[in-house]
Design a protein around this ligand. Structure first.
Ligand code: URA
Length: 443
């Protein structure tokens, strides 16, 4: 009965009080409110919106549905990074060990790929033996011992959000700023962080292509963090082309390992260092962007960051030897070059088409419970603005068989446009958002 009254009120543009959000979310998590009523309420919330008080109440209710890490006994700062997701976005795989190697505790909780975007958990699970379903107790022990854990959302952390997110993905109610912000922050705040850095993607391949909506999302999450004593800083970064060269789970792990060894592609390194510098400053271990940048370069050139990655993988049951020899990763049985069909400038490498191509090869999922093939994907070396000759290799396709190669070829034909001229791509990092407002990112 409670749910029906709340649906009516939200449908008619009214407000749901904090106590009512709490009761509703807990009743839903316990199975006392059916999916059909919750779906109706979510659609009403999607269409009518939530005010700041409602967004805070929903976040707190989802957080309270599970356990909260208590890391207050650690003497180090605790910082995580969250990305709104994109294609080829393997930044977390580089950033977590890199920042942990510099004395910041990184309890990194990530998600799975959905639709055209990849997910860090799927990438990590392509490492033989790697487990991402650690319990809260195991996570705390690992954080005490090596300062970093790479996990997914378990039943212990914001279980109401987990159930609601599945329902939202099945009812087209994901793309609502208060619903997204409360979903992400309910998990992040449960990590007991002292700071959080957001990577808000903009451009055609992002989940929220419109800059203004991305900024709104950043502001909403920054406010939620501020309300809970967790400073949040956001950078707006480009997703009008894939990040780095590799798209596909094991291929991205391999590229991240190269990055940790100092051989990462320049665009990936730039976004990683920009976000890393924010993490180190919010943690209080670097006094300026320049100092943070230098510390990260040393952590990579000295091998410390790669060593931290090996420790994390070993600790989570994976084969840490992957750091020296990425060929232990699953390998695709078919692999072919994709050549430029004509000469000209690379005008576009459309991330959505690349991401959909990875899904078509079997490397991504349409539904949250689909299985993924870790080995398939693309390595695209062409970048917007490059001049290419006809027949020059632009990419390599990794597939299960010859028919997968044809599927990959069709995806790349759609994704890579060659023309007489090319528009300049979006700046890799364009804005910085804090509680004080939005500023242009000066590089
Ligand atoms: N990721 C989440 O965890 N929740 C959302 O609502 C969207 C993306």
């Amino acid at each position: 009965m409670l749910a029906q009254r709340l649906i009516e009120r939200k449908r008619d543009g009214g407000r749901i009080e904090p106590g009512e959000w709490r009761a509703l979310v807990l009743a839903y998590a316990a199975g006392h409110v059916p999916d059909y009523q919750m779906a109706a309420l979510l659609m009403a919330a999607f269409l009518r919106g939530l005010d700041r008080g409602e967004t805070v109440a929903l976040t707190e209710a989802m957080m309270a549905s599970g356990l909260r890490l208590d890391l207050s006994h650690l003497r180090t700062p605790r910082v995580d990074k969250h990305s709104t997701g994109g294609v080829g976005d393997k930044v977390s795989l580089v950033l977590a060990p890199l920042i942990a190697s510099l004395g910041v505790t990184v309890p990194m909780m990530s998600g799975r790929g959905l639709g055209h975007t990849g997910g860090t958990l799927d990438k990590l699970e392509s490492i033989p033996g790697m487990r991402t379903d650690l319990t809260m107790r195991q996570s705390i022990v690992q954080l005490e011992r090596i300062g970093c854990v790479l996990i997914g959302q378990t039943e212990e952390i914001a279980p109401a959000d987990k159930k609601l997110y599945s329902l939202r993905s099945a009812t087209s109610t994901v793309e609502s700023i208060p619903l997204i912000a409360s979903s992400i922050m309910s998990k992040k705040l449960a990590e007991d962080l002292t700071g959080l850095v957001l990577d808000v993607k903009r451009g055609s391949g992002s989940f929220m292509p419109d800059l203004e909506r991305g900024l709104d999302l950043a502001r909403t999450m920054i406010e939620l963090g501020a309300d809970h004593g967790c400073p949040v800083v956001a950078l707006v970064t480009a997703m009008d082309r894939p990040l780095g060269r590799a798209s596909g789970n094991a291929l991205e792990v391999e590229e991240a390992i190269h990055a940790l060894r100092g051989e990462g592609p320049p665009d990936l390194m730039r976004v990683t260092y920009a976000l890393g510098a924010e993490m180190l400053q919010i943690a209080g271990v670097a006094s300026s962007r320049e100092a943070a940048w230098r510390d990260m370069e040393v952590a990579i050139s000295s091998g410390r960051a790669a060593e931290k990655m090996r420790e994390i993988i070993d600790a989570q049951g994976g084969n840490g030897g992957v750091v020296d020899d990425p060929s232990v990763l699953p390998q695709a049985s078919a692999c072919e070059l994709y050549d430029a069909p004509r000469r000209g400038f690379v005008a576009r490498v459309e991330p959505r088409a690349v991401g959909r191509g990875v899904v078509a090869l079997g490397g991504g999922r349409q539904r949250l419970d689909d299985a993924v093939d870790p080995a398939v994907g693309f390595v695209i070396t062409a970048k917007p603005g490059d001049w290419v000759e006809q027949g020059e290799p632009l990419a390599t396709i990794f597939a299960r068989d010859a028919s997968g190669i044809e599927t990959g070829r069709a995806s790349l034909r759609e994704a890579i446009a060659i023309a007489e001229e090319a528009e300049p791509p979006l700046p890799l990092v364009s804005h910085r958002v804090t509680v004080a407002g939005v500023e242009a990112y000066e590089s």
